[in-house]
Design a protein around this ligand. Structure first.
Ligand SMILES: Cc1ncc(COP(=O)(O)O)c(C=O)c1O
Length: 395
């Protein structure tokens, strides 16, 4: 890879945010951090026990299997079957990953050639565009319809002709948009008609509220001919630090990913896979209390913001609120005003691409009462808008 390829990739906004947060802490300030979507809840006890057993198991001290440990395969196929009614072949249609971020990057690197187009939602989790650029391919951003679904009709024919991959992310980070199984069927149909690999990033599969149940693209008949889906333990099970996820679906795409990974790694840590095995095996008991806590937090935050005059919709999935930057502030200016004023850390929308400008994200990673405090601070800061907004920095 040439240095110019790396240099062409803009700085990672979360790095920038982190630098500002570290600078504030160095000044001795205590911050309410609702910036990064890193779960604050504990790793479930049943998972901790599995990790302790694994760490002491002499038989597991060697290198892991390249694709996945048999127990991980069994737990994942069981989960997909009970949760979504989906059957996958554990040998050819499944692969363990050290997190879905890495998995998405590896999928793009193993699948794309220089000059290919990757269709990406216009507001997106950063790795979609960054790994596309690392592969020498070209990100083309697909606009959203008013309801948060992708406007596939807006993709230019020239781009479509060169497109090799399309990425979808529902429930969406940061938008919180959700879809129905019919919407997913339309993506599958579009991918099949245009010979695309459809990558469904299902990072928030379990975090839904008010009766909404998140569908899987693999529930669409025939989807595994064109689609792969990524699931992760990070959000659903409070396990972001463990780094375990999986990809399931198209056997061709998975064989290609496996061939790529075999050259650069040794599969996923057995310790992490055994943690994931426990999580997916016990998902039905682990998930409800985690979701219940996020729902309480969502309600507290939404209520406190509404009390401050914000017209906020209550999202039915994810662990975020995606809010407009108040009038009078630029993107970074607003983030800095909150951090340097009341000490609230939020994520600027430009972390999720240019179309995220004018918005910011709040993560539900603090207890309800702290989120209510953050909401009050956000309201007070918004009321003190500078007379003339400075233009925001480029991302
Ligand atoms: C949409 C989306 N995909 C993927 C990830 C990465 O998850 P993981 O911890 O599995 O790498 C995140 C994390 O925030 C996310 O929001």
């Amino acid at each position: 890879m040439s240095l110019s390829t790396l240099a062409a990739i803009p700085p990672y906004v979360f790095y920038e945010l982190d630098a500002r947060r570290v600078a504030q802490r160095a000044l001795g300030r205590s911050l309410i951090d609702v910036g990064i979507g890193s779960p604050d809840g504990p790793i479930p006890a049943v998972v901790v026990e599995a990790m302790q057993r694994t760490a002491a198991d002499r038989g597991l001290s060697g290198y892991p299997e390249f694709r996945a440990h048999p127990l991980f395969r069994a737990a994942v196929t069981g989960y997909l079957h009970t949760r979504f009614g989906v059957t996958v072949d554990a040998g050819s249609e499944l692969l363990a990953l050290a997190g879905s971020k890495e998995g998405i990057a590896e999928l793009l690197l193993s699948h794309c050639n220089p000059g290919d187009v990757v269709l990406i939602p216009e507001v997106y989790y950063p790795v979609y565009a960054r790994a596309t650029l690392l592969a020498g391919a070209q990100p083309v951003f697909v606009p959203f319809l008013a309801d948060g679904r992708l406007d596939l009709a807006a993709v230019a024919p020239d781009d479509l002709a060169r497109a090799r991959v399309m990425i979808v992310n529902y429930p969406g980070n940061p938008t919180t948009a959700t879809v129905t199984l019919d919407d997913l069927a339309q993506f599958v149909d579009f991918a099949a008609r245009h010979d695309l690999l459809l990558i469904s990033d299902l990072a928030y599969s379990e975090l839904s509220y008010d009766g909404y149940v998140v569908p899987s693209v693999l529930q669409v008949p025939g989807a595994s001919r064109v689609a792969v889906e990524l699931h992760t333990c990070s959000k659903s099970f409070n396990m972001a630090g463990v780094r375990v996820a999986f990809v399931a679906g198209s056997r061709n795409a998975i064989a290609q990913l496996d061939a790529y990974r075999a050259n650069i790694g040794y599969g996923v840590s057995t310790l992490a896979q055994m943690a994931g095995t426990a999580a997916f095996t016990h998902h039905a008991t682990i998930v409800p209390p985690i979701v219940a806590e996020y729902r309480v937090r969502r309600d507290a935050l939404v209520q406190a913001l509404r009390a401050g005059g914000w017209a906020v919709a209550s999202p039915n999935a994810t662990m975020y609120l995606w809010l407009p930057v108040p009038d009078g502030f630029g993107d970074w200016e607003w983030v800095d005003a909150l951090m340097q004023g009341p000490g609230v850390v939020v994520t600027p929308g430009i972390a999720f691409g240019n179309a995220g400008r004018g918005r910011f994200r709040v993560s539900l990673v603090q207890p309800a009462e702290v989120l209510a405090q953050a909401a009050a601070a956000i309201t007070v800061t918004a009321a003190a808008a500078p007379a003339v907004a400075r233009p925001s920095q480029p991302d």
